[in-house]
Design a protein around this ligand. Structure first.
Ligand code: NAD
Ligand code: TYD
Length: 367
């Protein structure tokens, strides 16, 4: 039995991980620590809060004494660190919180883990500090270049990826210098339920339903390697079970798509869904299909993101060979599941898309 501290567990991947873990490892205890920023939503944890082996704590990973208390009070042996500022566009407009949470916050978490697991009363007990990172730390690939491996040199280009790279280095250093038992996973772009609708796939789905423009940055030919979020959670599970301390594991879907192709695919699938259902057309009467148009008519090319990375792609051979990792979901099934989830969970996305998010989005597309 393990006792985990899941930071950022009310965010997109964190919440999916919590649901995944409670199903796969019902004997384990989970404590979620989340600051509930705009990206964290308690409703994403519906159904977990009532479970005896689950506890939610509203707090900041930068609060070292709180983290120490949690690790001690609950006798926790594992940290899985999802907590972060995660949106590249926000990092361009306001990098400060990215440094505060991703760099300084992760360092606080490392200090707390070191104090409790290496220096304190629990010293000598088995422990694991798993840090969830991104392929964006490796920079941008040219079309002919091979996908990122774990030894690709770091070359982060956005304040977001630079802050994640800094945190990855701190995690590595705490292993090398102090012997903290750490692992890090670098994953490609995730999609699936509970993703905040500022990221490409949910933004496109919801904008179609509300007949808003589908903004394509630049020429739309940037490439991302998309992975269904449950496959990321399974990858982290394998790293926790079989990964070697001090090692880094890439997790990816071998699933590269140009942005414009993704947007066109989502348009086609949402059009099909609405065309086939009177109920959906009644619920989303502004959607183009209800007026005899195609969702693609909403596609609008907008000014490119500054410093926009051209291509990401992950080589997950090490995870496959050492851990037996392979994604289970095909893109065909994963994208359909995701669209269905957003169609079924209107209360969730209406709940998260209010206030500051709307203001921010409107400013973003004012050009
Ligand atoms: P998210 O923005 O949806 O969620 C982040 C969560 O962290 C939120 O619940 C937020 O409230 C919480 N949080 C933020 N600052 C905090 C703080 N100081 N203390 C405690 N909690 C705080 O992010 P996500 O997409 O779920 O990403 C989770 C992790 O996975 C991040 O570290 C991200 O870098 C990494 N990652 C994301 C992707 C992706 O495609 N989304 C891909 C690879 C890696
Ligand atoms: P995003 O979901 O923000 O993830 P990341 O920047 O971390 O890869 O964006 C995915 C890709 O889609 C990226 O190349 C930027 C592009 N994009 C758009 O073209 N339009 C949009 O409205 C958004 C949010 C992203």
């Amino acid at each position: 039995m393990h006792k985990l501290l899941v930071t950022g567990g009310a965010g997109f991947i964190g919440a999916n991980f919590v649901h995944y873990w409670l199903t796969q490892h019902p004997q384990d205890r989970l404590v979620v620590l989340d600051a509930l920023t705009y990206a964290g939503n308690m409703t994403s944890l519906a159904g977990c809060l009532e479970q005896e082996n689950f506890r939610f704590v509203h707090g900041d990973i930068g609060d070292q004494s709180l983290v120490e208390t949690l690790l001690l009070e609950d006798g926790l042996d594992t940290v899985v660190n999802f907590a972060a500022e995660s949106h590249v566009d926000r990092s361009i407009h306001g990098p400060d919180p990215f440094v505060t949470t991703n760099v300084v916050g992760t360092h606080s978490l490392l200090k707390a883990a070191k104090k409790v697991w290496l220096d304190g009363t629990l010293a000598g007990r088995p422990h694991r500090f798993h840090h969830v990172s991104t392929d964006e730390v490796y920079g941008s690939l040219a079309p002919e270049e091979s996908p990122f491996t774990e030894t690709t040199p770091y070359a982060p280009n956005s304040p977001y990826s630079a802050s994640k790279a800094a945190s990855d280095h701190l995690v590595r250093a705490y292993h090398h210098t102090y012997g903290l038992e750490v692992t890090t996973s670098n994953c490609s772009n995730n999609y699936g339920p509970y993703q905040f609708p500022e990221k490409l796939i949910p933004l496109i789905i919801l904008n179609i339903l509300e007949a808003k423009q589908l903004p394509i940055y630049g020429d739309g030919l940037n490439i991302r390697d998309w992975l269904y979020v449950d496959d990321h959670c399974r990858g982290i599970d394998l790293v926790l079970q079989k990964g070697r301390a001090g090692e880094v594991y890439n997790i990816g879907g071998n699933n590269e798509w140009r942005n414009i192709e993704i947007v066109q695919l989502v348009c086609t699938l949402v059009d099909e869904k609405l065309a086939a259902s009177d109920t959906l057309r009644q619920r989303f009467p502004r959607s183009p299909v209800c007026l005899g148009h195609k969702a693609e008519s909403l596609i609008t090319y907008v000014k490119d993101r500054p410093g926009h990375d051209r291509r990401y792609a992950i080589n997950a051979e090490k995870s496959r060979n050492e851990l037996g990792y392979a994604p289970l979901e095909s893109f065909e099934t994963g994208i359909r599941k995701t669209i269905d989830w957003y169609l079924l969970n209107e209360a969730w996305w209406r709940g998260v898309m209010n206030g500051s998010y709307r203001d921010w989005l409107e400013k973003q597309y004012a050009h």
